[in-house]
Design a binder for this molecule. Sequence first.
Ligand SMILES: NC(=O)c1ccc[n+]([C@@H]2O[C@H](COP(=O)([O-])OP(=O)(O)OC[C@H]3O[C@@H](n4cnc5c(N)ncnc54)[C@H](O)[C@@H]3O)[C@@H](O)[C@H]2O)c1
Length: 396
Amino acid sequence: MVGINKRRVRIGMIGHRFMGKVHSHAYRDLPFFFDLPVEPVLSDLAGRNEEELKAAADAMGWASYETDWRRLVERDDIDVIDIVTPNNTHAEMAIAAAEAGKHVICEKPLALSVSEAERMLEAVRKAGTVHMICHNYRFAPAVQYVKRLIEEGRLGRIYHIRAQYLQDWIMDPSFPLVWRLKKEVSGSGALGDIGSHILDLARFLVGEMDEVTGMMKTFIQERPLGEMSGGLNARTDRERSGQVDVDDAVAVMARFQNGALGVFEATRFAGGNRNGNRFEINGEKGSVRWDLENMNHLQVYFTEDEAGLQGFRTINCTEDVHPYAGAYWPPGHIIGYEHTFINLLAEFMRGIAGETAPTPDFEDGLQNQRVLEAVEESARTGTWVKVSRPGSLTGQ
Ligand SMILES: NC(=O)c1ccc[n+]([C@@H]2O[C@H](COP(=O)([O-])OP(=O)(O)OC[C@H]3O[C@@H](n4cnc5c(N)ncnc54)[C@H](O)[C@@H]3O)[C@@H](O)[C@H]2O)c1
């Protein structure tokens, strides 16, 4: 419950647009739904444009703001640095935060490259602070329930995962060249932006990948200059244009260490699909299907069901037995996108309270980055590429 006698965890967040709003909302809602030993406090928001920053801080309930994120990191009255800025800033900010002894939570993908991600992991390990990466889709109750079914052996040996992350918000050729379409800022296109989520879900649910092969495609090579303006909207300067140097679409095949096969597709050119994040897993004893746009529902099929009644059935994952669902409303009273972040931040706060070592953490972020880099190498060379094993840093 809100407030009394709880240790206050003072949050400093860098960035204040799409994810800035999502994280701010999640911190504010957290104490209403989770009885945690600590309470997050929206202490300070950092950004660059003072006018926009001040308006965002006021609207989202932050106590103060800083126009230079470095000042935020140096402050003694901040416990957590939350990074919700474009991907090229993550490494510098996270390493500085860890060196200042802060707990760090960072949006995905963790970095621009494996070497950056390794340095980030090294920094948080050295600091001994809590770290997480925001692969929020792990925290949908239905996805957590799939994890439980697999761990309990209810699906038996896993044969397949096929997953898609389909969007369509950049299909218009006049949609501008925003940071997500510039390699030096984003690292990659659909691959890192949305492909990273389904590849993370695959690691979470099925296990580590042994090798991958991929193909990547850029359909629109040149676009007017412009910038993101909130959510997935953008402002444009139609006078000038620039080159797109990231993928618009990517397809990946993977062999898992446990023998399962994976087929993945991530694209921002799948007309009519606004945010179609879906997977199907087939095991020897059953199958599951999940779709973010209908995220409370899970379709399940078990080979042991009696003859005549076999087929997929739909479970509404809003019962107390479904992880996190009991924190919210009575059965059937559905939850949404924002709740995945509230659940994730609940785990982060439990970690800070010393109760757990929450995941996904920077080690997961690094391993995800290794998969992304292997896919890029495969797309370049036209060969299968081994994914280096988790657990160690290069040179150790
Ligand atoms: N978990 C998810 O589902 C999800 C969804 C969208 C975005 N993301 C990730 O979140 C991050 C931010 O994405 P977004 O959509 O919120 O972007 P955005 O463009 O909406 O907002 C970026 C924010 O960062 C600030 N910023 C940029 N450079 C900065 C710098 N050098 N110093 C300080 N502030 C700076 C901008 O002013 C803005 O407030 C990215 O890493 C992205 O991949 C994750």
